[in-house]
Design a protein around this ligand. Structure first.
Ligand SMILES: [Zn+2]
Length: 380
């Protein structure tokens, strides 16, 4: 009987998550249907909040469901994970129509990877599975996660290979990257092309590799790609200490994995410290990151300022990322980056795009409330 009830709850979590996610993405899909009549920057501005909201729902809702079933019944880890995973499959299916509408050409990412990649869900399940004391099991679980993440930084390609389609670049792209690398004196150990529908490039500072997406190779001219590669190479020049700080900030939420033993041992004060460790670095880092991006843009502009400006414009248009954002991200706004390259965009500066919607805020807020309920339980 108990099993049947949990099974029904898991199914309800899946269907409910699907419904919630598709509703969140619906207004953006309506805007995309009229995209022919609008300037791309207007489309990007109008869909941004819903996109971000849908991403927040996709990340937080499975953790919400998993934590709620834990608080309700305290079933074993199997059922907590089952409820969370069905919810994660639900959000993946609910997000599908908007993702499809935003993609170009065929879909290259393996669909089943998306529910498995949900960080909040695995965080949630690990937190709940953690013992209440600092015994061997706690350190094995925590150490395992840290070890996996460190390995992911040192050997990013082998670690992400099972989840991504990675290949060596074509001879032309390889030659182009080598050439920019030699000219700038920044060594690249290896270059990769990953097949995803977004157009972007990333530098992997610890392994000294660079990854470009198949889409970016497809849409940029050789001169534009050179400028983008020069920008990414500048990130490879960052010192070990700076790259290390970048990683620490990216993973500043990791101590939260210990919330259960911390609360059981030190009570609410311990929790306060964990939250401070999590939030503070993000605020401090944002400005620093924007400065590093400006520096990388200067390197790209030395390669070819006009090409960098047109590449950035093309990437934003292709990914429908707004030219001006209300909430600053790790990168400066496109509009300012183009002007810094000496190019004035051929459209007026748009109003800043909003980054939040009610649906996303509710999904994130619910996790906060559920987490507080769990913390009260653990501190007792
Ligand atoms: Zn950059």
């Amino acid at each position: 009987m108990d099993t049947l009830q949990l099974l029904l709850v898991a199914l309800a979590a899946g269907v409910g998550s699907w419904a919630w996610t598709s509703m969140t993405g619906w207004p953006a899909r309506r805007v995309l249907r009229q995209r022919e009549q609008l300037h791309w920057s207007d489309v990007a501005r109008r869909i941004h909040a819903d996109r971000m909201g849908m991403a927040a729902v996709a990340v937080f809702l499975p953790a919400d469901c998993a934590l709620a079933v834990y608080l309700w019944r305290h079933p074993g880890v199997f059922w907590i994970l089952a409820v969370g995973l069905l919810s994660a499959i639900g959000v993946t299916l609910g997000a599908w129509p908007l993702k499809r509408a935003l993609e170009h050409g065929s879909r290259k990412e393996r669909w089943w990877v998306t529910p498995l990649k949900n960080p909040a869900l695995f965080y949630g399940v690990l937190i709940v599975a953690m013992p209440r004391d600092f015994g061997a099991v706690t350190w094995v679980l925590f150490g395992g996660v840290i070890g996996y993440l460190i390995a992911g930084q040192i050997w990013p390609i082998p670690i992400s290979r099972p989840f991504r389609r990675l290949a060596a670049p074509s001879a032309e792209v390889e030659a182009l990257i080598r050439d920019v690398s030699e000219k700038s004196g920044i060594r690249v150990r290896r270059a990769w092309v990953v097949e995803v529908p977004q157009s972007t490039a990333v530098a992997l500072p610890f392994s000294k590799e660079i990854v470009v997406t198949s889409r970016i190779v497809e849409i940029l001219s050789p001169a534009e790609l050179r400028a983008v590669v020069a920008h990414e190479l500048e990130h490879l020049r960052e010192s070990f200490a700076l790259s290390f700080v970048r990683v620490l900030v990216a993973y500043s939420s990791l101590p939260l994995l210990l919330v259960k033993p911390v609360c059981a041992t030190w009570g609410p004060q311990g929790l306060g410290l964990l939250v401070l460790l999590w939030i503070a670095p993000r605020f401090l880092f944002s400005r620093w990151s924007i400065r590093q991006e400006n520096k990388a843009d200067q390197t790209g502009a030395r390669e070819d300022a006009a090409a960098l400006a047109s590449a950035l414009l093309r990437l934003h248009e292709d990914n429908l990322v707004p030219a001006v954002l209300e909430q600053k991200s790790s990168h400066p706004d496109l509009y300012d980056r183009m002007i810094a390259c000496g190019v004035t965009p051929d459209f007026p500066r748009p109003k800043p795009a909003a980054s939040h919607t009610l649906a996303g805020t509710v999904a994130a807020g619910a996790l906060g409330v559920l987490a507080m309920m769990a913390v009260i339980e653990w501190t007792r």
